[in-house]
Ligand binder design. Structure first.
Ligand code: NAP
Length: 397
């Protein structure tokens, strides 16, 4: 497939320090893609990258495209599994000898370090790649510097950041900068923004297809976080019951007073699905008998931290958590939002309207007299799933 050829490149490559060498190399490059052509391939590379979700974390999701000298697609690859070959290596493998003299379009700057796999920059040079476009700089200082390395090797290299590549790198960039896992809140609401009726009925607001998607996602995260309110009202299992999970999420219940009854489904299944309850230090010591009974059923107890940031740090430390899925009511979701700890929201809007102002909303605990006092969110996508609309939002940045 040829996505459009031009003979004159108008954008500068960034190998300023190596200009003479770069210009010399550029003359040998028979195919110079136009700016919108690169964006087209970068979007495809980003779509490939997403296939690694759930398999590659704590690594970033990365996708790569290789075009031959004439601009024809000869290789595609994505980072499939942590510790496995990087996207560039996968794509080079597919392209074989056709990669020589070709163009690489990759969502992340090629790595320079000997980690679990050899440096991608060396693989690209050995394969005879003539030019590289990458989406985002590598936030990991140990692997960064791919652009400078490639330019030093006489391979013109240019950053082409796009909205898709920025979304892809965000969880990894956050983990690298803060040590905190990526937090996704999910809820199902009616058209008038209610997650449960005044009598706490919430099953089911979303359709079967939406619920199947949530099941799949549970198998791709490290922790599923909920509150005691949800456990008491809905008695959820919070397990992945769709396909084969690529991760075994730990279920964590925020239960300040250690009130969780022994007959809840989440407790009864704790021997097969790891389950932790976090509770205030006072309840932790005063309710030692209940703690023991929970322990006999396989539930671990953890002292609650002074804030939820502390809890996320502990989840990272104790369970190597990279991703947390919050499936809670307005109490817990609101508390996490007040601390600015939720990165992403999936809102399933079911086709019903309650018209009852005492029904429950997805977050509480705020005072917001003016619209501009509300938490700003950025809409990433709108999709139809069965009879629902799925709205995908990003908080902050
Ligand atoms: N439609 C949906 O997608 C969906 C999903 C889940 C749940 N729900 C509905 O939501 C309702 C339950 O909501 P909920 O708000 O009662 O329960 P919840 O959010 O599941 O849990 C609330 C728990 O979090 C604790 N909490 C809140 N802020 C805290 C903080 N700053 N520090 C420590 N702990 C804190 C609360 O403690 P305190 O008791 O001390 O405040 C409470 O125990 C149910 O009706 C359920 O059906 C709907």
């Amino acid at each position: 497939m040829n996505a459009g050829l031009v003979h004159r490149w108008t954008g500068p490559f960034s190998c300023a320090a190596n200009n003479a060498l770069s210009v010399h190399r550029l003359e040998q490059v028979p195919f110079l893609p136009m700016s919108d052509t690169i964006d087209h391939w970068m979007r495809l590379a980003a779509r490939l990258a997403v296939r690694g979700h759930g398999h590659v974390e704590p690594n970033p999701m990365v996708g790569c495209i290789i075009l031959d000298r004439s601009g024809a697609l000869v290789g595609m690859g994505h980072h499939r599994v942590v510790g496995g070959p990087h996207a560039e290596v996968e794509a080079l493998r597919k392209a074989g000898a056709k990669a020589r003299g070709g163009t690489v379009i990759v969502t992340l700057e090629p790595c320079t370090n000997h980690g679990r796999t050899p440096p991608c920059v060396e693989s690209l040079r050995s394969a005879g790649i003539l030019q590289v476009f990458y989406g985002e700089r590598d936030p990991n200082p140990e692997a960064a510097g791919g652009e400078a390395w490639l330019c030093g090797a006489g391979i013109p290299t240019q950053q082409r950041s796009t909205p898709q590549t920025r979304e892809l790198i965000a969880p990894f960039a956050k983990r690298t900068a803060t040590g905190l896992p990526w937090v996704i809140a999910k809820w199902a609401q009616t058209v008038d923004g209610r997650i449960a009726t005044r009598s706490h009925d919430s099953q089911w607001i979303s359709c079967e297809r939406s619920r199947a998607m949530v099941h799949r996602e549970r198998g791709r995260v490290d922790v599923i976080l909920t509150g005691i309110g949800t456990v008491m009202r809905d008695d959820p299992l919070l397990t992945c019951r769709s396909g084969s999970p690529c991760r075994n999420a730990v279920r964590v219940v925020v239960d300040p007073e250690l009130n969780i009854p022994l007959d809840r489904k989440i407790v009864m299944t704790a021997k097969t699905h790891r389950t932790i309850v976090t509770t205030l230090p006072k309840a932790f010591s005063e309710k030692s008998e209940h703690r023991r009974a929970l322990g006999d059923l396989g539930v671990g107890c953890m002292k609650q931290h002074s804030d939820f940031r502390g809890l996320l740090e502990a989840l990272r430390r104790e369970f190597d958590a990279s991703t947390v899925l919050v499936e809670a009511g307005g109490g817990l979701t609101g508390a996490l939002l007040r601390e600015g700890l939720i990165d992403e929201a999936w809102v399933f809007v079911g086709p019903r309207l309650l018209g009852d102002e005492t029904a429950f909303g997805p977050a509480r605990g705020f005072t917001t007299p003016r619209i501009q006092d509300g938490i700003p969110m950025r809409l990433l996508s709108v999709r139809q799933r069965g009879t629902d609309a799925l709205l995908h939002y990003r908080f902050g940045g």
